[in-house]
Design a protein around this ligand. Structure first.
Ligand code: UD1
Ligand code: CA
Length: 450
């Protein structure tokens, strides 16, 4: 059965006390809504509709960066969850299949739980995700009878007996799209909040001769974010689960609690991640790579058997081929580092391509920026860049080329050539001793005077 996702993300989230719409706050370096989107994407949806309202343009722009094909629907006034879902009707006019409603501010619902919900559609028209709440607080309550979900009662509208129920509504709903919109048409707003409740579709379904059931998940999956405190807690939970996932996938984490992942971090089997490593967005680490302590990586790819750090910084566009070595206090940006190439100490490589088997000496700097334009540095295979070489881009060094240490390279170096670009050394016999004597006697005179 084809699936469509409807992600509700129109709320302001006033308790975040922020200029930013709530769903743009980040967990694991990804906006909140991207987490629900990622879980739903595991079902290979035919269509995804994001319902936006507060900060709609910002949310839409962020969504496009993640998925260009996403459809954005506007909810200009937030009249309730049923009203929010109704805004997706037009986008799904030609869609035939199940619609799955997710909340943009509820990041932890798992793909496995969503799969259980779509499976339950085989026997029921409407499937609602519930959870046993440790503290049911103000959640909507699920009134069940065997496998029948009879109705959902919002806390505000519930009597004492209903409030005693601990099975709560997560908000996630799955139903045939056509039926879902037909049910929503029948939802009114005659309730304690004066809102169109999505939860009302359950009772309406039974009245229309349809059936509803509840599927349960762990409470941690339904955690919604409303405050900065909850956001911080969600970050902690996210990191804990990414660490556990990495360990399970055969990654060694020496001190797991000090390693920080992003939603899209990928680390291959038998990679070793030492303490205090931060993975920003869009990092892939292949098998058998080692990331040494205190390294910061984002937007980069590290191939098999490479070693990075300690204290290395890989910025967007850094691409390390197999068995490359990037050592301490090295920064690499938008640059390809060849197979087996070593960039071991105190170096900046930006906008560059360095061939295989090359050695980049300590203190090498690609001078890639003239204040207006960025320029490229190209170094061939098996080259040797002497320590403290400035490579003033645009500049190209051929295979097997060499630079003398301390050189400022401003013109191309052909293959196999040695470039020396520094002042010639001159030694003045005895001058050091005479200079010192002069300075010492000057100091004595000045002390007598004072
Ligand atoms: C909702 C459920 C409640 C459930 C709880 C779980 C209803 C009526 N109630 O209550 O049973 O226990 O979630 O957290 O559905 N949204 C819009 N547009 C709107 C209203 C809401 O996009 O007009 C979005 C919000 O941004 C949020 C989500 O829908 O992501 C839930 O809305 P919220 O107002 O938080 O619902 P609750 O009152 O918490
Ligand atoms: Ca809520």
């Amino acid at each position: 059965m084809p699936t469509a996702l409807i992600i509700l993300a129109a709320g302001q989230g006033s308790r975040m006390n922020s200029d930013l719409p709530k769903v743009l706050h980040e967990v694991g370096n990804a906006p909140l809504f991207a987490h629900a989107l990622a879980a739903g994407s595991a079902l290979s949806p035919e269509k995804t509709v994001l319902v936006v309202g507060h900060g709609g343009d910002l949310v839409e722009a962020a969504a496009r960066k993640i998925d260009e094909t996403i459809t954005v629907a506007r909810q200009t006034e937030q009249l309730g969850t049923a009203h929010a879902v109704a805004q997706a009707r037009e986008a799904l006019a030609d869609f035939d299949g199940d619609a799955l409603v997710l909340y943009g501010d509820t990041p932890f619902v798992s793909a496995e739980t969503l799969e259980r919900m779509t499976a339950a559609r085989a026997t029921h028209d409407v499937v609602v995700l519930g959870f046993e709440a440790a503290d049911p607080a103000r959640y909507g309550r699920l009134v069940v009878n065997g496998d029948r979900l009879e109705r959902i009662v919002e806390f505000k509208d519930a009597d004492a007996a209903t409030r005693a129920i601990t099975l709560c509504n997560s908000g996630v709903v799955c139903a045939d799209a056509t039926i879902l919109f037909a049910l929503i048409d029948a939802v009114g707003n005659d309730n304690a909040s004066g809102e169109y409740y999505l939860t009302d579709i359950v009772e309406i379904a039974w009245k229309m001769g349809k059936t509803a059931t509840a599927v349960s998940c762990d409470e941690t999956e339904t955690l919604g974010i409303n405050t900065r405190t909850e956001l911080a807690r969600a970050e902690g939970l996210f990191q804990a689960s990414k660490r556990a996932e990495a360990l399970e996938n055969g990654v060694t984490l020496t001190a797991p609690e000090t390693v920080f992942f992003s939603l899209d971090t990928y680390v291959g089997r038998d990679a070793v991640i030492e303490p205090n490593v931060v993975f920003g967005p869009n990092v892939t680490i292949e098998s058998n790579a080692r990331i040494r302590a205190f390294s910061h990586l984002e937007g980069c790819h590290v191939s098999m058997g490479s070693a990075v750090g300690p204290f290395a910084r890989l910025r967007p566009g850094a691409e390390l081929s197999n068995n490359a070595h990037v050592g301490n206090f090295v920064e690499i940006k938008n640059a390809k580092i060849g197979e087996g190439t070593k960039v071991n100490h105190l170096t900046y490589i930006g906008d560059a391509e360095i061939g295989d088997g090359t050695n980049v000496g300590a203190g090498t700097i690609t001078c890639n920026y003239d204040g207006v334009f960025k320029h490229k540095t190209t170094v061939g295979k098996n080259a040797f860049i002497g320590s403290n070489t400035m490579l003033v881009a645009p500049v190209t060094l051929g295979d097997d080329a060499m630079t003398a240490s301390g050189s400022v390279i401003t013109t191309n170096v052909e293959a196999g050539a040695l470039a020396i670009a520094r002042a010639r050394q001159v030694n003045k016999a005895g001058l050091a001793v005479r200079m010192f004597e002069k300075l010492k006697s000057a100091k004595k005179k000045s002390q007598k005077g004072s």
